[in-house]
Design a protein around this ligand. Structure first.
Ligand code: TEU
Length: 538
């Protein structure tokens, strides 16, 4: 007998379905063109009906929004564009009433240049204790005119900015996001307080932004390709930080999900040791092309890297940083890589949507937790944003080469016939919505049994009701080339056909759900997935 699905227990996070809300683009409650907490509160019934266990909010704190809120000016204040702290508290409580837990996003690597600490550091000048909370250094070169080192940025462009008194400060992202000095005890203490602040307000979990970047080589030595350790990725000191965070989380039964992009699976798994982070995003799955053998290998590697530390895997197809799934799967290159993003990439959305439907069933059947990014359940494609409307700093910092990430951050369409598709704004929302989005609107999809929304709703309901899903064992079944077939407990089987010819299904009692119709012979067509109930418990 498999363990029942754990979404109602303390172990809920081991197999939860977590919906990612980008508050700026979810729903606009006050009509000013920007999504907000009032909008989210009004739509909580939608999330409950969809059947998600938790919601992760990208940063909602006071912020100049230079990097969409990942430039935090004050962790204890909600940005007025989004609402108030009292509203956030209400939202957390209302969500909980509906059985939905809230996860907040903490950005420990950096703060906004408008944060009180950074303003104080600028005012206090070179050599001051205020500057020690950041990485201020004199420049190199005869007159200090060269940056202190050659570190590459996570966002292309410079990693150092010179201030008026001649010193430079480090920022792995934009100049408006100065990096904190994690060797400083006040930096640690402050973040521990921020964690308590949000756990005290009833949040169930914390997503940790850029979790592998916080600690820096104290010498800030130049980056040398291929030489370990990297001066700012995956430094050993990080583990001590996360152990102290874990002790705090444990007192509130809070959980962590780390944004840890690391190619080395052994190094990745270290973050998931029992006294560190509970979970981390699975970026190898997110980046994996739509190819049967690559997917199978990624799934195997994922499960193998998590097993020794006893952490559950997470399964992610997209988020607010990457190309939307139906677009990615409709291109010649179906993987994801920041380096290859380009304007005008040919895309077959019908193909991409078909694959995304199949991928949804694959993702939801795997052992562990699943993330669904707002609009993924609507099958929204990546939007092409007019050049003069792009806000994402990645675009400008790449000198216009990278289209940036706004294409996956467009305000959601709720009602096909309403102005701005019912997003709620009185005039055009902060990012323009494409002209042909009526067909993706929630109200259209709600009444269409063939829609992506209907597929997600049914899949999530089954995932909750059927004991074979979630945490637990998984076995590959023999399958033809290009076909993935896997068994979960309680006679649950998933078959995904990525081969160009139809696949014969194994004997089964009944079809629980299919991402598309079977052919006249009852075979599974290309780019289609099915959940089966088979006789006997595997
Ligand atoms: O993303 C982190 C991030 O963007 C990098 O770690 C990523 O590996 C890099 O872009 C690839 O070149 C988080 C947030 O998800 C993102 O939205 C923020 O912009 C970023 O941190 C800065 O806070």
């Amino acid at each position: 007998m498999a363990a029942p699905n754990s979404h109602r227990t303390d172990d809920w996070w081991r197999d939860a379905v977590i919906y990612q809300v980008y508050p700026r683009s979810f729903a606009d409650g006050d009509g000013d063109g920007t999504g907000d907490l009032a909008g989210v509160r009004a739509r909580l019934p939608y999330l409950a009906e969809l059947g998600v266990d938790a919601v992760w909010f990208t940063p909602w704190y006071l912020s100049p929004l230079v990097d969409g809120g990942y430039d935090v000016a004050d962790y204890r204040t909600i940005d007025p564009a989004f609402g108030t702290l009292a509203e956030a508290e209400k939202l957390i409580a209302e969500a909980r009433e509906l059985g939905i837990r809230v996860i907040v996003d903490i950005v420990p690597n950096h703060v906004s240049d408008q944060h009180a600490w950074f303003r104080a550091a600028l005012a206090a000048g070179p050599g001051s204790p205020e500057r020690e909370r950041f990485h201020f250094r004199p420049g190199r070169g005869e007159h200090g005119e060269l940056p202190p080192n050659d570190w590459p940025s996570q966002f292309s462009g410079a990693t150092w900015t010179r201030v008026e008194d001649g010193e430079w400060y480090l920022h792995l992202f934009t100049p408006e996001q100065p990096d904190l000095n994690w060797a400083h005890p006040e930096v640690r203490r402050e973040h521990e307080d921020v964690l308590r602040f949000w756990f005290e307000r009833g949040v169930a979990g914390v997503r940790i932004d850029s979790a592998a970047l916080l600690a820096k080589d104290p010498a800030l030595a130049d980056f040398v390709e291929g030489v370990d350790p990297h001066p700012y990725i995956d430094q050993d000191e990080l583990h001590d930080i996360y152990r102290s965070w874990r002790a705090i989380a444990d007192t509130y039964q809070g959980v962590f999900v780390g944004e840890v992009w690391l190619p080395d699976s052994e190094r990745f798994a270290r973050y998931l040791r029992p006294d560190e982070l509970h979970t981390a995003f699975n970026f190898s799955f997110l980046s994996c092309p739509w190819e049967a053998d690559r997917l199978r290998r990624t799934i195997d590697d994922t499960l193998a890297e998590h097993a020794p530390v006893g952490a559950p895997a997470t399964w992610v197809l997209c988020n607010h940083d990457v190309t939307r799934t139906v677009t990615r799967y409709g291109r010649a290159d179906t993987g994801f890589d920041f380096a290859t993003k380009a304007f005008g990439t040919p895309t077959d959305l019908r193909l991409g949507t078909r694959r995304a439907r199949a991928a949804a069933l694959l993702t939801l059947v795997l052992p562990g937790s699943v993330y669904v990014y707002q609009g993924e359940e609507l099958g929204l494609p990546e939007a092409e944003i007019p050049l003069d409307r792009i806000e994402d700093p990645m675009h400008a910092r790449s000198e216009g080469v990278d289209p940036g990430r706004d294409g996956c951050r467009v305000p959601l369409p709720w009602a096909a016939e309403a102005p701005w598709y019912g997003f709620g704004s009185e005039s055009e929302p902060w990012l323009p919505q494409p002209r042909d989005w009526a067909r993706y609107a929630v109200d259209r999809q709600r009444t269409d049994p063939e829609s992506m929304l209907a597929l997600y709703r049914t899949a999530l309901a089954l995932r909750r009701a059927e004991p074979g899903f979630g945490d637990g064992p998984m076995t590959w079944l023999p399958a033809e080339e290009g076909v993935l077939a896997l068994a979960r407990p309680e006679g649950l089987v998933c078959v995904v056909n990525l081969a160009p010819w139809p696949a014969t299904l194994p004997p089964y009692d009944r079809i629980l759900l299919a991402s598309g119709p079977l052919d006249a012979e009852g075979r599974l067509p290309q780019d289609t997935a099915v959940w089966l109930r088979v006789g006997g418990v595997l």
